[in-house]
Design a protein. Structure first.
Length: 139
């Protein structure tokens, strides 16, 4: 399975990055691509929520593979017969962290949609990671 994504370094330690990334109700305060996200509490395995993008699209999401201060995955329906799984990772890096986000596509049509839109989707992770790093560094 091919993934599409980016990573970057930040001076913020993993706990400060995690404090922001693990609380979807505050994503819209630092992520310019998110209008709102609804989740009862912090991310946890099996929790379901709803996310609205700044383009007005609404997505039901499910969190899994949650690892305290290290990351999580979030899955949602994509184009027909395709599921998007976003992997958000935090790796300690000296006094700071390396943060990464990628998307994997699964399902019978994933090969087609990955080729059509995977790299373009990944480009949107650059400002997300930049905004996350800036917010974590200033918190």
């Amino acid at each position: 399975m091919k993934t599409y994504g980016f990573s970057r370094k930040t001076a913020a330690p993993p706990d400060r990055v995690w404090a922001l990334w693990s609380d979807p109700s505050n994503w819209s305060t630092w992520n310019s691509g998110i209008q709102s996200a609804e989740l009862d509490g912090l991310v946890a395995n099996g929790k379901k929520g709803r996310m609205t993008t700044n383009r007005g699209t609404v997505h039901d999401v499910t969190f899994h593979d949650v690892r305290e201060e290290r990351g999580f995955s979030m899955s949602m329906a994509g184009p027909p017969m395709t599921t998007f799984t976003f992997n958000c990772e935090i790796t300690p890096d000296g006094s700071g962290s390396t943060i990464a986000q990628n998307v994997a596509m699964t399902g019978p049509t994933a090969f087609l949609f990955g080729a059509m839109m995977g790299d373009e989707m990944a480009k949107h992770f650059v400002p997300v990671l930049d905004d996350l790093a800036k917010a974590a560094e200033s918190s």
